[in-house]
Design a binder for this molecule. Structure first.
Ligand code: TLP
Length: 344
């Protein structure tokens, strides 16, 4: 059976060009700063983000963790969205490993944090209070329908943060999806942030890795944090090589994933009892709600899986489908046919 895997863009496998680059990669001991391929990737990533320096890390989770450890001390507070990956899906790493207290603000449906709510969450000067150190946002926002945050929003958030002496971190796991969907340079999305962590191993197709970017001093602290969490990876050039190919060859084609997601969204919205929430701009993540008595999200996911279409039921009524470069426009039509059969 031909499998159409829409569970996540994390399922993407390396391209032939990546395999070749990995095979041929020049390597050294990266803990000593001597892996030329890692150094090349870090410089390239920093350049693409408009930041001074970059740090190659094992995963998006590690990227966020070492960024938070580099920004915040024990007992400091980090303002995060209630739907944030850092808050929901990272085992509370900031608290567990960094003693950082998350201060939760509701995410708006478009993935933003309301600036008045952020302002209200910032602590005043008082011996009883923790110190507000950081505000973290997610772009694109995974649980908010893959919504991209705009440069205008980031500028306003950055101004608020600076006014109160807070730093800004962007969980930019899918920052290039945001950039492509909005038609802006990724630099414009992080110009007002002190740090960004973006993933090579999602829509960009690399097998492993993320890069944290920011000022040189911040990256030096993040590098120390990476070491203490066991992320010093030695001859990591073997995987960094695929990351370079990802940045050079896989960014522009994300537009195809977005177009496929839009086709899927439009087709699903026509089916009885399916709701597709609107987004500012469609990226590669699509959530839809199954609002019917006779079938819930888990049953729907199981039924379409029998016919080769894989999606994730993340909540009882919510299903997630993520387009990626293994899924063609023809696959989307085939998947819609399966959904039509199951939901008829
Ligand atoms: N997200 C995964 C799952 O954990 C849900 C996925 O399939 O979407 N930030 C964001 C916004 C993410 O979506 C993810 C992964 C991460 C960070 C963590 O990246 P990894 O999985 O590399 O640790």
């Amino acid at each position: 059976m031909h499998i159409i895997d829409l569970r996540s863009d994390t399922f993407t496998r390396p391209t032939p060009a990546m395999r070749r680059a990995m095979y041929e990669a020049e390597v050294g001991d990266d803990v000593f700063g001597e892996d030329p391929t890692v150094n090349r990737l870090e410089a390239l990533a920093a350049e693409r983000m408009g930041k001074e320096a970059g740090l190659f890390v094992a995963s998006g989770t590690m990227g966020n963790l070492v960024s938070l450890l580099a920004h915040c001390g024990r007992g400091d507070e980090a303002i995060v969205g209630d739907q944030a990956h850092t808050y929901i899906y990272e085992q509370g790493g900031m608290a567990a490993l960094g003693g950082i207290q998350p201060r939760v603000v509701r995410n708006q449906p478009d993935g933003t944090l309301d600036l008045a709510e952020v302002a209200a969450a910032i602590r005043g000067e008082n011996i009883h209070f923790p110190i507000s150190r950081l505000v973290a946002v997610e772009n694109t926002h995974n649980r908010c329908g893959g919504a991209p945050l705009t440069p205008a929003y980031m500028a306003a958030l950055g101004a608020l943060a600076r006014e109160h002496g807070l730093r800004v971190h962007v969980d930019g796991a899918r920052i290039f999806n945001a950039a492509v969907a909005l038609g802006v340079d990724a630099r414009a999305l992080v110009a007002d942030a002190d740090s960004v962590s973006f993933c090579l191993s999602k829509g960009l197709g690399a097998p492993v890795g993320s890069v944290v970017c920011g000022e040189r001093e911040f990256v030096a602290r993040a590098r120390r944090a990476r070491k203490v969490v066991g992320g010093g990876m030695r001859q990591a050039g073997v995987i960094a090589a695929a990351g370079i190919v990802a940045l050079e060859q896989m960014v522009d084609r994300l537009a195809e994933d977005h177009a496929n997601a839009e086709t899927l969204a439009a087709g699903l919205a026509e089916l009885p009892g399916v709701e597709v929430p609107a987004v500012l701009a469609r990226t590669n993540i699509l959530y839809f709600n199954v609002v019917r008595e006779d079938i819930d999200a888990a049953t729907l996911a199981a039924r379409v899986a029998e016919q080769g279409v894989r999606v994730l039921d993340l909540d009882p009524r919510r299903v997630r489908a993520v387009t990626n470069y293994h899924v063609t426009a023809a696959d989307i039509q085939a998947a819609l046919k399966v959904f039509r059969t199951v939901l008829a």
